[in-house]
Ligand binder design. Structure first.
Ligand code: NAD
Ligand code: UD1
Length: 350
């Protein structure tokens, strides 16, 4: 446990994962500040967060490439630690506008690090949102943190470049405390149904797509391939409840807090955040139908370019070092996602 409440800045804190983490951190007694340019989120999320926790959230509108504003934010609010969620994340789009992805994700992270270095209060604790996408096509399962990395698209390469930059920084200056968290497939929503994943346009990811079919917004699901080497032929992934993921960030911060001043051989740490259990596309459809009591029509479509057959995490390192494991099951993931989807459809008519 950390010994005192921290002032924590969340870049991208009004986004899907950042907003759930904001709730967990605030409820753990920390003071949360959000920094976001709202390119993929709604400024109203900070009011929703206040509604959920009963406490105000200070939200600063800004781009992570604005180093001066970031530095000023870090100093004004006496920030102790940063969780860096801000980034562009659509794999397909990253192939179309790769330079934008490098500028936003890589250049944005360098700007953040420069601001943290320059800030008079010297906040040098950082948790970074990485992704299981850095492992590429798995050579073995479950994937542990020493599995070779090989990103297969520009989005994944931005994550790998950032991990390398953070490694160089940690080696150059041992006063930094850094955790890279490699998320598997985050799904689900907060139990209030007030925050969750609500992508613009047609969803790329399975769970929001299934939810929109169940609610009647989309006609049917395309199952991308049923000829993979998996038990039912459809792709297998390690879906993790976003609230478990959020709690993983609190555990990582506590871990970095414990390692301050310790004679640690290394001051950068990489952890998988997953459940260790894979589910197929058809298993997900079945679970969602049961949670929603709706049918989810689907048809088998060709494989999606770049997809892999199976991917799930070894969770041993996070369990051992962070004392964290995912607790919520597939039913809870589908129930919360369905509850959120119904709320969104009622409140926005879409
Ligand atoms: P999200 O798009 O919902 O949230 C990202 C937030 O960052 C948004 O609020 C967006 O407005 C903000 N943002 C983007 N660029 C910015 C910039 N230049 N300056 C300031 N704010 C900016 O995404 P998410 O699902 O919450 O993902 C958070 C992080 O986790 C991302 O870095 C993503 O790559 C990573 N990640 C996500 C997943 C996933 O499946 N959701 C999986 C692995 C890793
Ligand atoms: C995708 C990204 C990955 C990112 C992850 C979490 C790609 C190639 N990879 O991974 O970088 O970290 O999201 O955000 O985009 N599926 C369907 N029909 C659909 C949508 C998905 O059958 O309409 C299948 C996919 O083929 C896959 C599974 O569902 O087997 C999960 O897909 P998705 O949610 O997009 O996640 P990933 O492919 O694991």
């Amino acid at each position: 446990m950390t010994t005192r409440p921290l002032n924590i800045l969340l870049t991208g804190g009004t986004g899907y994962i950042g907003s759930h983490t904001a709730v967990v951190l605030q409820e753990a007694g920390h003071c949360v500040f959000i920094y976001d340019n709202f390119c993929n989120s709604d400024p109203a999320v900070s009011h929703t967060l206040q509604k959920i926790t009963g406490q105000p959230f200070k939200t600063i509108q800004g781009d992570i490439r604005d180093t001066a504003l970031l530095q000023q934010t870090l100093e004004t609010h006496h920030i102790d630690a940063v969780i860096h969620f801000a980034g562009l994340k659509a794999v397909g789009e990253s192939g179309t506008i790769p330079v934008d992805y490098y500028a936003n994700n890589v250049q944005g992270t360098i700007s953040l690090l420069q601001a943290m270095q320059a800030a008079s209060n010297q906040p040098k604790t950082l948790v970074f949102s990485s992704s299981a996408t850095v492992y590429g096509d798995p050579q073995y399962l479950p994937i542990d943190e020493s599995h070779p990395t090989k990103a297969t698209n520009p989005y994944g390469r931005t994550k790998l470049h950032i991990e390398e930059i953070l490694g160089d920084l940690a080696r150059a200056d041992n006063t930094w405390r850094i955790a890279c968290l490699r998320y598997f497939n985050p799904v689900g929503a907060h139990a209030s149904g007030l925050i969750g994943e609500n992508p613009n346009g047609i969803p790329n990811n399975l769970m929001p797509f299934v939810a929109q079919v169940a609610v009647g917004k989309l006609k049917q699901l395309n199952v991308f391939g049923d000829d993979y080497d998996t038990p039912d032929g459809t792709g297998v992934r390690d879906y993790i409840h976003v609230m478990d993921l959020a709690e993983g960030h609190l555990a990582a911060l506590n871990y970095l807090g414990r390692s301050v001043g310790a004679d640690s051989a290394t001051n950068i740490h990489t952890f998988n955040l997953g459940t260790g259990r894979g589910y197929s596309v058809l298993e997900m459809v079945k679970a969602f139908e049961s949670a929603s009591a709706r049918s989810v029509p689907f048809h088998i479509a060709p494989r999606r370019a770049g997809d892999i057959a199976s991917c799930y995490a070894s969770t041993a390192l996070a369990a051992e070092q962070l004392g964290w494991t995912a607790k919520r099951d597939l039913q809870a993931m589908c129930d919360s996602s369905w509850y959120f989807q119904q709320n969104v459809s009622t409140s926005t008519g879409r």
